[in-house]
Design a protein. Structure first.
Length: 785
């Protein structure tokens, strides 16, 4: 709901209130963002900044308002040159290096629903029943420039989205240096700033630091939203716990360079800005033209980061992801990449596919290497036609075989790239992003295609749609494996290369809109060397994202946990891969790899034809378990209870259905604590009136994992690494512990269950929990009353 009373704008969602007012000078003073305050208890006098005296050395707004210091007001937007020396949300250079601006309110309107944006940005959507929009128009007091601020309140998700639009009503071109999507000023500084940082194969590790006087920046200058710093950030009240305490979350519906800046002022006020990164941006705005910022997404919860994450999850599932796959359960896939890399034949793929179908997989994905003459990563990007040497019967034949096996067929592409060794480069060298006369830098032996150009996009649309029709695809993995360098375009529309990256993003979105509209039933998964572009912009086109190339069970605890803070499980591609893991060489047990991958969209990415009989049985059981619980594992309510990202050796995650009649709990340990103490499962989120049956998913324990201790019970000697050990481990495995409880939700929430003892070197029986290093269990809680 959004209303205006007296000079106060009142925005509300199910559990939150957002308030700001118009000052006597026409500026917008931010008053409050937090838990619901009823409209009739709003007291403007109590909420407004007191200003009966001037501030020492401060610059007052003007002679008529000697105690109005914009530099110490919480504001909804800010400019330079009128006394507010904090980082501003709007910066325009309008002539001879001048930047001073002063926007004051002229007009506003409140609409049910959410009007569509212009200019090709990705954006959220909502109808008249779910959201309300406020648009406020401000005008500079001297110049013919207008700024429009737009707020959409999504009642059901406890989310408010925001964006800014600049209108150049003057008769000359002005240069936009910065236009933040959102400014949020807070009047207390006892917050922690939480960001998700990393690199290839260690994406979105959570970091938290207390605010200090001055500026902290989380940004990307790589050209993509990046694994280095994701655009999703949080402010958590110091002293809060994962499920308790005030938390503000902020994200951006954008896939290019972004910046989230937090500034703590000398007066203890905090300013949060998010938007396109001004460090790599400038935009020439012609006379009578307008420019719109990407949409920012804001949420508040008093239930800590879990509460704020749940709001984001709801918002993304309901208002970002679209199309037939929105709430459709996502298929279990098998991808051939780590099974074969570039080295595959038709026979090998069919063998993999047959085995996949037997184990219960529903989608077979052919990854890199099927096109051009590509046998390694040095050639052929751009030549999206089948390699006849590798696939003599063609893509359509392979797809037919896969479909005959009862599975969907998926294909990998990396359309935004070009290899110098390609037919495409021979024909169109100027389509490659490079600066004439300067040797271009190179990433993974490849270069960017200039997506700002219409002819490039036309080429891609045609060749991709022809191939996808031919191959009758059901799924596309859209990859993007390098960051930007040598920015230059021969596109005559670009006069200022500060526009390049934003125009590239708009070009990408245009291409994706056309392709997703042309293939409405295809499931798209976005990827960028794993999770280098995991953002809300891509999720507007593709319902899921490959979370990371790193599928090591231990690393995945950190990666998936960090990612889940901003994004729902339905968006996170998670695969079981080989052990030792290809990124870390760490050995982990097959069931623990599954237990962690199950918290997301499950897939397998290893040579399943080479698994032992025991392992195949285990995988079959995993897939059937996953399918039975998939609705919860993809679309349930997810909470982090014990964090990987903490000093705790244990990690506990919870996902449950809406009425809490079914809960699934991951219990994982980082290392095996020798002679361990008692492990306890306390689930505060259980339904207090429920009675639950609680038991672990049955797992197989590989005989090899107990090493030569086997000789304690074996009638014949078995040495490590011997053929006998192999044969035995192929034929038999141990069952995991038997453990079963019938307990009340009250007991679970307040006391918890003391679990069976872990193996501690003193013996073993049917009740012993053998977890080892990086081991885990998945507990099932079923309500029975
Ligand atoms: C990237 C992706 C991988 C795989 C390879 C293929 O690294 O993240 O999943 O598709 O490219 O080259």
């Amino acid at each position: 709901m959004i209303t205006k009373k007296d000079q106060c704008f009142y925005l509300s969602t199910k559990n939150t209130t957002y308030l700001f007012s118009v000052t006597e000078t026409g500026h917008l003073e931010h008053l409050y963002y937090g838990k619901t305050i009823a409209p009739d208890s709003i007291n403007l006098e109590a909420l407004s900044e007191k200003r009966s005296l001037p501030i020492g050395t401060g610059t007052a707004y003007d002679n008529a308002h000697k105690t109005l210091f914009l530099g110490n007001l919480c504001l909804e937007y800010s400019t330079m040159g009128k006394g507010d020396c904090r980082e501003s949300s709007v910066d325009i250079e309008y002539g001879r290096g001048m930047h001073t601006l002063d926007f004051t309110v002229k007009d506003f309107r409140i609409l049910q629903g959410k009007p569509r944006t212009f200019g090709g940005l990705a954006e959220s959507y909502g109808d008249k029943e779910t959201c309300t929009t406020l648009e406020i128009t401000l005008k500079d007091t001297c110049l013919p420039i207008r700024l429009a601020l737009s707020y959409t309140a999504f009642e059901d998700s406890d989310v408010i989205t925001r964006r800014s639009t600049l209108f150049n009503d003057s008769d000359r071109t002005i240069t936009i240096r910065n236009l933040a999507s959102l400014q949020l000023d807070l009047d207390e500084d006892d917050w922690n700033f939480v960001t998700f940082d990393g690199a290839w194969s260690r994406e979105r590790y959570q970091h938290e630091r207390p605010l200090m006087p001055g500026i902290m920046i989380n940004d990307s200058k790589t050209g993509v939203s990046s694994a280095e710093h994701n655009p999703c950030v949080f402010l958590t009240k110091q002293g809060s716990t994962p499920s308790n305490g005030e938390c503000i979350g902020c994200n951006l519906v954008y896939s290019g360079n972004h910046r989230e800046l937090v500034e703590t002022s000398p007066y203890g006020k905090v300013r949060l800005l998010t938007g396109i990164n001004p460090a790599t941006f400038s935009w020439e705005l012609s006379s009578q033209d307008r420019f719109q910022s990407p949409e920012a997404v804001l949420t508040f919860s008093s239930l800590g980061m879990n509460g704020a994450s749940n709001n984001f999850h709801h918002f993304i599932n309901n208002h970002i992801v679209r199309g037939p796959w929105k709430f459709r359960e996502r298929p279990v896939l098998v991808n051939n990449w780590e099974a074969t890399y570039f080295n595959f034949s038709e026979d090998k793929l069919i063998a993999l596919a047959k085995q996949s179908a037997e184990l219960g997989a529903e989608l077979f994905v052919l990854d890199d290497g099927w096109f051009g003459i590509r046998n390694d990563d040095t050639t052929s990007l751009g030549d999206w036609t089948v390699n006849p040497k590798k696939l003599p019967s063609g893509l359509s034949r392979l797809s037919l075989e896969i479909h005959r096996l009862g599975m969907m067929f998926g294909l990998w592409v990396e359309p935004e790239m070009i290899s110098v060794e390609s037919e495409l480069y021979k024909k169109h060298p100027d389509w490659m992003v490079a600066i004439p006369g300067r040797t271009p830098s190179v990433g993974r032996n490849q270069h960017l295609l200039d997506l700002t150009r219409l002819d490039v996009r036309e080429y891609l649309f045609k060749i991709l749609s022809d191939t996808w029709h031919l191959a009758d695809v059901n799924y596309i993995k859209w990859d993007m494996n390098r960051t930007f360098s040598d920015l230059y375009s021969a596109n005559s529309e670009i006069h200022n290369h500060g526009e390049f990256i934003h125009r590239y993003v708009l070009g990408l979105y245009e291409l994706l809109s056309r392709l997703t509209a042309a293939f409405p039933n295809v499931l798209f998964e976005s990827c960028a060397s794993g999770g280098n572009r995991f953002d809300l912009g891509m999720l507007c086109f593709m319902p899921q994202t490959w979370t990371s190339d790193n599928t090591d069970a231990l690393c995945r605890l950190y990666i998936q946990e960090g990612t889940s803070c901003g994004y729902p499980l339905s968006t996170m591609g998670s695969h079981v891969s080989a052990s030792p893991n290809h990124q870390t060489l760490r050995k982990t047990d097959l069931d623990s790899r599954f237990n962690i991958a199950a918290f997301g969209v499950l897939g397998y990415e290893l040579d399943i034809t080479k698994l032992t009989r025991q392992q195949k049985e285990a995988v079959k059981a995993q897939i059937s378990f996953y399918k039975a619980h998939r609705a919860i594992l993809q679309f349930g309510t997810f909470n982090r209870i014990k964090l990987a990202n903490s000093s705790s050796n244990q990690v506990v995650w919870l996902v449950h259905n809406a009425d809490k009649s079914e809960l699934l709990v991951l219990f994982a340990q980082k290392l095996n604590p020798s002679n361990p103490g008692t492990d306890k499962l306390r689930i505060e989120g259980a339904h207090l009136e429920a009675i639950y049956e609680v038991f672990p998913r049955q797992q197989k324990i590989d005989l090899k994992s107990i090493g030569d201790l086997i000789n304690q019970i074996s009638p014949f000697a078995i040495s490590e690494g011997s053929k006998t050990q192999d044969a035995l481990s192929n034929a038999v495995s141990l069952d995991s512990e038997i453990e079963h409880y019938r307990v009340s939700g009250e007991l679970l929430a307040n006391a918890g269950i003391k679990l069976n003892q872990q193996f501690g070197g003193t013996g073993y029986n049917a009740e012993t929990r053998v977890l080892g290093d990086f081991g885990s269990r998945l507990y099932i809680f079923k309500r029975i009353n």
